[in-house]
Design a protein around this ligand. Sequence first.
Ligand code: IVH
Length: 711
Amino acid sequence: MTSENKTTDLDISTLTEEQAKAELAALAVKLADADSAYHTEDAPVISDAEYDSLKRRNAAIEERFPTLKRADSPSDQVGAAVAAGFGKITHSVAMLSLANAFSDEDVQEFDTSVRKYLGLPSQAPLTFTAEPKIDGLSLSLRYEGGTLIQAATRGDGAVGENVTANALTIADIPQQLDGAPEVLEVRGEVYMSHADFAALNLRQEERGGKSFANPRNAAAGSMRQLDAEITRSRPLRFFAYAWGSVSAPLGQTQWEAIEKLGSLGFSINPLTRRCQSPAEMIEHYADIEAQRAALGYDIDGVVYKVDDLSLQERLGFRSTTPRWAIAHKFPAELAWTTLEGIDIQVGRTGALSPVARLAPVTVGGVVVSNATLHNEDYIKGLDSKGQEIRGGKDIRVGDLVQVYRAGDVIPKVADVDISNRPAGAEPFDFPQVCPECGSDAVREPGDAVRRCTGGLICPAQAVEKLKHFVSRAAFDIDGLGAKQVEQFYGDGWIAEPADIFTLQDRFGSGVQQLKNREGWGDKSATALFAAIDDKRKIPLSRLLFGLGIRHVGEAASNMIALHYGTWDALAKGVDEARDRTGPAWDDLIGIDGMGTVMAGSLVGAFAQEAERASIDRLIEQLDVQEAKRADTTGSPVAGKTVVFTGTLEKMTRAEAKARAERLGAKVSGSVSAKTDLLVAGPGAGSKAKKAAELGIETLDEDGWLELIAGL
Ligand code: IVH
């Protein structure tokens, strides 16, 4: 028998030399496999906890038998112990992302939308800051009493990883601040310069280590080292550009606040400017773009922010992005290569997506061999309205195609050069049946996408639904990634989400056991069962998002969950809305951000018998947590239904609505018996009359502002 996978639980103090040698060999193989699975497939084969424990066991055996330490000892692997075992930190203020602008018109539109929201006339002065968008990874640094006490990565925006030990090794990050507020969270970007990146890759190659695709990956990989000494050896830098919690304001404007961070000792970007109009912003963008290649570090656009912090405060946030800032991205990077084939992938909602298989080509520092071709019309040279694109040229296998990628998004095929089209190249024949299950693939009128009609019988849809179910924004089960889901599905261990929660009953003991599967062991199996159990208690919004219903994304799931509160109320509401008319339907489509398409999709999924039975089986396994609005303690309108009518003079309707919602109120467009409060400005008509008839409390705008003052 080989030593592979034969790591043991034997007491290290009683190991014989022979046993120790065999086990060190086994550990080396197992940890190397785990590393490569983690790095190359983004689908760990063992849990982080098990990885750590194996690594510790390896080190302990080496300590007892120093002469047995192997040349390829996992203890010496640079760049290996990543992402295992960082503690989690809940951000006191969420770390959000930015909306994007791609054109001058988008920048103009940003200015317009800010003015509209604030009710500022187009001639009124409005200042913005403009600064480079650094292509690294964001970090939040918490100082208390002037001392750096915590550093966290962005993570999912709400919860990040505790990387304090690593942050302490970065020279650009001060450990002590003089003259800072008692509590100060500084946010900014960790990045690596081009020169440092090139030198690091050279060193890595010399040592036979892994080289990095680009400076951002190198910075991220370096920041997520469990061993801070490795981070120290990597030349990381930091620019400060924002803040989270602060016990005292840093200034009255973005500009002043950033200057303050500079005076406290942070690096702030020297290309930051104040601009008085979209024209000035665009001019500065062009200026930064012209200097881009000479900067010595990667940037991927320019960020504009409303300068006045009291306006930022009023503008607030959409679900994941601030209204007061936008990222103006640089145009995507381009390259030409040969289209070697077109594969059809079947997604979670049955969509047949054509994927270009390309002769590998480097686009902006990353090797690309696949790119999306969107849909069948796109291949034909038509847009979603049937109009010609690319001058009507279709795309055929063998053609030279232009590939582009922007930031992290999936590369796309943008253009085709047919001047050297190979003789005999045929137009692509888009399949009319699902390549995975053979069911008809149909295109509904108005849908750009052809979809498999196989539903749950289609293995591709089922497995994609499962992958979505375990994904980070949904159930996020430690140790159960896309790869494991594919394997379990392939072997018939799980066919639908409910099966995940019965895995232990079926494979925790008995003849066929998880721990005996290739790549699994006692510890990893136990850890997986625990991780699954841990997620039985699940927030309503995650559950809804996890169901993978078409059109129902993460932000919508949040809104829907907040609206109904509990699973029972949601299921009842959606069931009653089945006929797409009546009060339950009106209630559903009244949810902010909901349209008839999304509502129809939700109602349809709940009404479809097989799908519903599968959802019900899942619910039986879960303890669904009630959705509650964020901290609205002290809010006099939490849980109340508020209607605004008439003209508001101190804020726009959009601002009033967003503010009320932030305080936990539901804002409705019409007065009914369910209305708790009417805020009526001048010119209020029938709504005010109806409210008076129903005896509903009514306030004018000043009364409303007084009610919510200081909140
Ligand atoms: S401001 C509330 N400024 O871009 C949002 N972000 O796409 C505050 N980034 O997560 C972010 N350079 O990691 C801001 N000058 C800059 C930036 C910047 C890079 C990153 C940041 C953010 C991401 C959003």
